[in-house]
Design a protein around this ligand. Sequence first.
Ligand code: PGA
Length: 253
Amino acid sequence: MKKLIVGNWKMNPIDSSVAREMFLLVRKQSVALKSVQTVICPPSIFLGELKSLVSKNCLLGTQNVFYESQGAFTGETSPVMVKNSGFKYVIIGHSERREMGESDLIVSKKVNACLKSGLKTILCVGEKTRDESGDYYKFIRQQLTEDLIGVAKKDLKNLIVAYEPIWAIGKNALRVATPEDVMEVSIFIKKVLSEISSREMAMNVQILYGGSVNEKNSENFLKFAGVSGFLVGRASLDPQVFNKILRIADNVK
Ligand code: PGA
């Protein structure tokens, strides 16, 4: 399985010509990669323009979708539309969306709709804080279980889980997570997934890490954290830095 490096541009850049330039630089690097699949998730308004630029190694995805297929839902985009427009990947349940009020119930409806549409669905989970008593395990178990309610076992083949501890994300991160922090949770996520489905299914679900990933820490996360890719925020906005992460990932055996 190829490593998966996803750039979450969030609400950046403000201009489509800049988005184009950024995407072209990343695509150029991606062509040379042997063991990495690159996916860029820009603001949806740029997807149409960037679509003609995709290559096999450098695909596009969306940062969110709604759970209905079509109808009177002002401002929303459906998984079927994403699929019919030729895009394969979608991020669901990012902590910034949860912070805006997206509950586990809504996340589960979205995950179900995306998986039913055959989209590669990147479900983000992660605790706000780490406590000595290990309550974050309970939190992650609950999130995963609630977010995957109703999902057919056969559809789990398109599930990807991104572990994104909120305390390690963004410029206000309390501290940078260590590969050990991530390793213990990546194992735990597999355990919970195998309880929900089967061991075999769980072993095939790709686990990504997200939270202040950069060109300095990416190698160690890939080597020692039990993950096979990243969801990258800030560092994906600088194509030079993002390309370094891609090259480093490609060289990790
Ligand atoms: P960061 O963001 O890499 O800027 O910490 C990660 C994310 O929010 O997905």
